[in-house]
Write a protein that binds this ligand. Structure first.
Ligand SMILES: C[S@@+](CC[C@H](N)C(=O)[O-])C[C@H]1O[C@@H](n2cnc3c(N)ncnc32)[C@H](O)[C@@H]1O
Length: 373
């Protein structure tokens, strides 16, 4: 009898243990395994799951407008506007060139299930900035994309831009002109897409205009030039405010950040006071390690080299470039990858040139951009 009772107790314990194990399995949090799909250099998309699901199919109309963005970046912008955007603030699209990003946002808002509520709050929820003046690199882009646009450097391409965004124009507050002269915004910004930070002054101005308008826990900032091998100020300005953001991922040459807490205007204005050189270099190193893609990290190192050149001069920059060669042997060896090899070549050329005044033309060469698609 005692034996039978003991056996029953043992069976009961085994059954209970099995149930607990099942329950534990069901309740167990994911082990955080990332699925690694093979990708070519610079093409990896890696986003927090809540944002990754936004990269999905888009209407073909979003692809009508020639743009410098990659397809996944366009899908992401469309996904943000159609399935993330809740109308808590506006969408800012700064530096729209021919209107590709604005078109993605516009088509996205149109298909957003909360469209009516959004429109009640913001009759024109997308504010787009562009000066629409042809710069010396643009004619090559027009030619490459078979555009009949004949505007020469210094002339306006506003009519072409307006034509491209015509199907969504009822949703867009288009602000043509120099962004440096743009008026203040007095509303919250829920989605901030930045592709205009081509010189430090533009970057500071954009941060001052928009960052204190971001909504904690809600607003998304997409820096289209983050993983670009130049423009080091974008990285240092953003990383100087890293306490206010969570990094949520990388797509194309864009980095995506979620605003975590309110950013006081005084903090943003503080960016005007140049940080000590050691701090700028520390921030550039933090930015360098944001990406899981060695090719993007290589670009970030080249961008940091430009910062070193500005802060410490040619000799220090050259020494750093040599260390990049040692640290990124695979990327340096990929001479058949035009995007990687031209980035390295331009870095080398920079070190034989005399420092020049930055040009305020606001654009990468079409070749560099096109190769990154
Ligand atoms: C790299 S392009 C933007 C590309 C665009 N996002 C796309 O995907 O095709 C940068 C744009 O910023 C604009 N831009 C540069 N400086 C500007 C300024 N000070 N004010 C207004 N627009 C400016 C340029 O005219 C250019 O069209």
């Amino acid at each position: 009898m005692a034996l039978l009772h003991g056996a029953k107790r043992l069976l009961g314990r085994i059954a209970a243990a099995a149930t607990t194990a099942r329950a534990d399995r069901e309740a167990a949090p994911s082990a955080g395994v990332e699925l690694l799909t093979p990708t070519r250099p610079l093409q990896m998309t890696r986003l927090n799951p809540a944002f990754a699901k936004l990269v999905d199919s888009i209407p073909l109309s979003c692809l009508d407008t020639p743009s410098m963005m990659s397809l996944p970046e366009k899908q992401f912008l469309f996904g943000l506007a159609s399935r993330y955007y809740a109308g808590k603030g506006i969408i800012v699209d700064a530096g729209i060139f021919l209107g590709g990003s604005t078109r993605c946002f516009g088509e996205g808002v149109r298909s957003n299930p909360k469209r009516e509520e959004i429109m009640r709050n913001w009759p024109r929820p997308i504010v787009s900035y562009e000066r629409a003046i042809v710069n010396p690199n643009m004619p090559l882009f027009f030619k490459k994309h078979g555009l009949t646009l004949s505007a020469a450097p210094g002339e306006s391409f506003e009519s072409e831009l307006r034509r491209n965004i015509a199907p969504v124009k009822d949703l867009v507050d288009l602000r043509i002109g120099d962004f440096m002269d743009a008026l203040e915004l007095d509303c919250p910004v829920e989605i901030l897409f930045l592709d205009i930070l081509k010189v430090p002054a533009l970057s500071l101005r954009a941060f001052q205009r928009f960052y204190s308008r971001l909504i904690p826990g809600r607003s998304v900032v997409v820096h289209q030039d983050y993983f670009f091998e130049e423009l080091p100020w974008i990285k240092t300005h953003q990383e100087a405010l890293s306490d206010y953001f969570d990094f949520v991922g990388e797509i194309g040459s864009s980095a995506v950040f979620l605003c975590r807490k309110e950013i006081p205007l005084a903090v943003v204005h503080g960016l005007e006071n140049e940080l000590p050189p050691a701090e700028q270099l520390r921030l550039a190193s933090i930015a360098l390690h944001r990406s899981a893609d060695p090719a993007r990290r290589f670009f970030m190192a080249l961008s940091k080299m430009r910062l070193i050149r500005k802060l410490e001069g040619q000799v220090a920059a050259r020494a750093y470039l040599e260390s990049i060669r040692t640290e990124f042997p695979e990327q340096v060896a990929q001479t058949d990858n035009m995007r990687l090899s031209s980035a390295l070549r331009r870095a080398e050329e920079l070190l034989v040139e005399k420092p020049r005044k930055a040009r305020n033309d606001g654009m990468r060469t079409p070749r560099r951009r096109a190769l990154s698609l």
